[in-house]
Design a protein around this ligand. Structure first.
Ligand SMILES: [Zn+2]
Length: 270
């Protein structure tokens, strides 16, 4: 087609011609207090054209773009980077409809799951990416790129919409793909989360996983049951420490990490 005129006949043509694919991020900038209608118009068209798994990076989401709440519910929008959310979108995110946290551990498109009724990866293992591609694939919230970077530690808090409910927080030493998220909270922390030796073990596991993709499945096989068990126990006292302050969890986590390291022949050096 002639490129003398940069105006496309329709918004749909412009969107298709941009090369938009499922999983990509769309960015919007606005100046008005409640936003303008650009994001709403574009997102209605994106939804109509059947795109899925779109991430939004936008100045903020005002009342003009509340349609995005429906798209979060429908899985058309699965990630959000913005300065503020409110109204229906705030509700949808507070109720866990947004799947962004689901890529925390996986190196690929497979969900990690949340602590209640999580879906495991069904044995699918994706090795840490060896490079970041031009479209920024090859990087997840795990932030793991082979021989280049990995996460030092992670912390996730679920903020309930109901203020009577306590927030739930979990933290992991080292790269989440090779570690265990341990429940913790304001003013309490199982002792293993402050343990330098354990940190080194997780570092050794990450080294092994980078050297051999198959090692990751072995590592998760050992770590998942322990993480499942302590999360299950944490649901009995939501947002509060276990009665022993986390001593049993610390022991469990330490021995599971050691067993995983044994299994894949990982040294403890990071
Ligand atoms: Zn990783």
């Amino acid at each position: 087609m002639s490129r003398d005129n940069k105006v496309f006949p329709s918004l749909a043509d412009a969107i298709r011609s941009s090369g938009l694919k499922d999983g990509m991020t769309l960015s919007f900038h606005h100046h008005f207090r409640d936003g303008d209608y650009v994001m709403e118009q574009v997102m209605r068209e994106v939804a109509r054209l059947g795109y899925r798994d779109i991430k939004l990076a936008c100045t903020s989401i005002g009342s003009s773009a509340q349609v995005v709440a429906d798209y979060i519910e429908q899985g058309i929008v699965t990630g959000l980077t913005t300065s503020g959310i409110r109204d229906h979108i705030g509700e949808a995110v507070s109720h866990g409809k947004l799947k962004e946290v689901a890529v925390l551990r996986s190196h690929g498109p497979v969900p990690w799951g949340d602590p209640v009724g999580r879906a495991r990866n069904d044995g699918e293992v994706v090795a840490p990416p060896d490079d970041v591609r031009d479209d920024f694939s090859g990087i997840s919230v795990c932030m793991h790129v082979r021989d280049y970077q990995r996460t030092t530690a992670s912390l996730v808090t679920w903020l309930p919409a109901d203020r009577e409910e306590r927030p739930r927080t979990v933290a992991a030493l080292g790269s989440p793909c090779c570690s265990i998220f341990v429940p913790c909270g304001t003013g309490w922390m199982p002792e293993v989360l402050g343990d330098a030796a354990t940190w080194a073990v997780v570092g050794g596991l990450a080294d092994a996983v980078e050297a051999s993709p198959d090692a990751l499945a072995e590592v998760r096989m050992v770590l998942d049951p322990v993480e499942d068990r302590i999360w299950e126990q944490a649901t009995q006292r939501p947002g509060r420490p276990p009665l022993d302050g986390g001593a049993a969890w610390s022991a469990d986590v330490r021995s599971a990490l050691a067993a995983a390291a044994d299994r894949v022949g990982a040294g403890s050096g990071g």
